[in-house]
Each structure stands twice: as C-alpha cells, then as structure tokens.
Design a protein around this ligand. Structure first.
Ligand SMILES: Nc1ncnc2c1ncn2[C@@H]1O[C@H](COP(=O)(O)OP(=O)(O)OP(=O)(O)O)[C@@H](O)[C@H]1O
Length: 268
C-alpha cells in the first residue's frame, strides 16, 4: 500500500554558526495509512522537533515531506490550509490549550468556524462520539473535567476536521495510568474503526509497545532504528535501543519470558 506520509532526510538546525544546534539529522521514514507509528527516545532526542516539522509548524532546514504523494515541504498559504485539514495534532498539556473561562462548547465552536455551518454540528457530535463523549460535556469548564476528559476533548477538536493523520505529542504524559490507557485505547479505536493514521510521540517504551504498528527510535537527532514492535522493542539491533529497552524492568522480563502479549506492560 502506498504510504500516506513520507519524510526524506528531514533535517532541522536551530540557530547558525557556532551556536547552531541540529535537532534532527536526515531522518527518513514513512507512515502507512491506518497504522500507528510511535517515535521513542530520551528527552532532547528530537522527537517534538520532528512532530512540529510533520505538522508544518516548524520550517524544515533540508529534506522533503510528501503527503498522499504530493510535496508539502514547508507549505504556505492555501497549501498549508489544505495540509492542516488532513493533519491535526494534540499536545501534552490539554489544560494549557483551554481558556479557563470558556466552556467546551466555546472551544469547539471556535474550531467549527473552519467548517461549513451545516456540517459543523454533526461533526461535533460525531467527533465527541469517537472519544466516548456526548454533548453533555459542552457546558463544562476545564476545571470541571479530569485531565483525561480534557485530553479527549482536545482529540475531539482535532477530529472535527476529519484529519487523515493525527499527531499526538506526549499526549498522555500528564495523565495517571488508568486515564492514559483510556486515551491510548481511543487512538487504537480511531485506527481500527476509521482507518486513521497516527504519529504518537513518547519517551515511554511501554506506551510504544502497547500502541505501535511501527516504532521509530531517536538518539541525539538521529533515527537509529525503525521497524515493528517485535523487531525494534523485542529484538533491538542498535545499542541505544537495547539500552532504552533494558531500562524498562518489566518489559525486560517479558522478553526473557518471550510473552507475546504486550498489553500489560508495567510502565503503562
Ligand atoms: N526553538 C529551539 N531553539 C533551539 N534549540 C531547540 C529549539 N527547540 C528544540 N531545540 C533543541 O533541539 C533538541 C531536540 O529537542 P526536542 O524538543 O525535539 O526533543 P524531544 O525528544 O522532544 O525532548 P522532550 O522529550 O524533552 O520533549 C534539543 O537539544 C533542544 O534543546
């Protein structure tokens, strides 16, 4: 199947001269439609920089991005708007995305303005349904919801545009374990029921294991390994990946036990 998204030698350098920092060096990867890809790596390895370039929020220093076969490297104007109808994102802290004086209705209606008025309301109900919510949430204020509910509202907001690619950058890291699993399950449902393509950024190998069809490993801006969960996490080839996996005790023991079920990884 043709890939939905492709990055070729994606590079980002911040600053110039002696103070230049190359946050991502020639990363090449593809996202297949209807699959979940996770990018794992330690803090500062370049995961968020890749996410922001894929989203078109951060200018790419060199390399090429294609979506559905069309070049979208550093899109501007109409191209960028067209791109954002297809590619949406949710970020780490859902609370910071809310104005605390706005209800969920106000937040979502602001996004609906991007859509035709007639289809807007239907989309809103549909999007809330995808994250297991209904319109009763519309009158709530941010402080009246749990972190997990706020994050589900943010996912619903992204879904209203019916994106084909959803980027989730550390979208569960502010949540406690049970809420985290809840959000991860929303993402797998979106893949399974809508055929959505998801790029999930995490520093947590356990979450990558739970979700991913494909795992990309970043070390100091370099994509050192990529493949399926079984290839990358349960049979890592690169020294850095071996170290990352070894740092997750329960996961490590599961490898020893050669257990095929990945669902109950401790760090979730
Ligand atoms: N706007 C910027 N200006 C200069 N350097 C930056 C900028 N944004 C990121 N960097 C640097 O790029 C490198 C990669 O950062 P990035 O945030 O992509 O890593 P990360 O893997 O997402 O880390 P974390 O898990 O902590 O979010 C880091 O060295 C960071 O300091």
């Amino acid at each position: 199947m043709a890939e939905l998204f492709k990055a070729e030698k994606l590079t980002k350098t911040f600053g110039s001269g002696k103070t230049a920092v190359t946050a991502v060096k020639e990363a090449t990867f593809a996202l297949q439609p209807g699959t979940i890809t996770t990018i794992v790596g330690e803090s500062g390895s370049g995961k968020s920089t890749i996410a922001r370039m894929v989203l078109g929020l951060l200018p790419i220093t060199s390399g090429k991005v294609t979506f559905d076969g069309k070049d979208f490297t550093n899109p501007t104007g109409r191209d960028r708007n067209a791109y954002w109808r297809n590619v949406q994102a949710v970020f780490q802290d859902p609370f910071s995305s809310f104005n605390q004086f706005f209800t969920v209705k106000t937040l979502l209606y602001r996004s609906l303005r991007l859509l035709d008025e007639n289809i807007g309301q239907d989309r809103l109900v549909e999007a809330l349904g995808h994250v297991g919510m209904d319109t009763s949430v519309l009158d709530r204020y941010p402080h009246q919801m749990s972190g997990g509910q706020r994050q589900r509202v943010m996912i619903a907001r992204a879904l209203m545009l019916r994106p084909r690619l959803l980027i989730a950058d550390e979208a569960t890291s502010m949540l406690d374990a049970s809420l985290r699993v809840n959000i991860l399950n929303v993402l797998t449902d979106l893949r399974d029921e809508l055929g959505m393509t998801v790029l999930f950024i995490t520093h947590d190998i356990g979450q990558a294991c739970y979700l991913a069809d494909q795992v990309l490993v970043m070390e100091h801006g370099v994509m050192v390994e990529q493949g399926t969960v079984d290839e990358v996490i349960f049979n890592p080839q690169h020294e850095y990946t071996k170290k990352l996996v070894a740092d997750v005790p329960k996961l490590h023991s599961k490898i020893d036990l050669n257990v095929g079920e990945h669902e109950e990884v401790e760090s979730l």
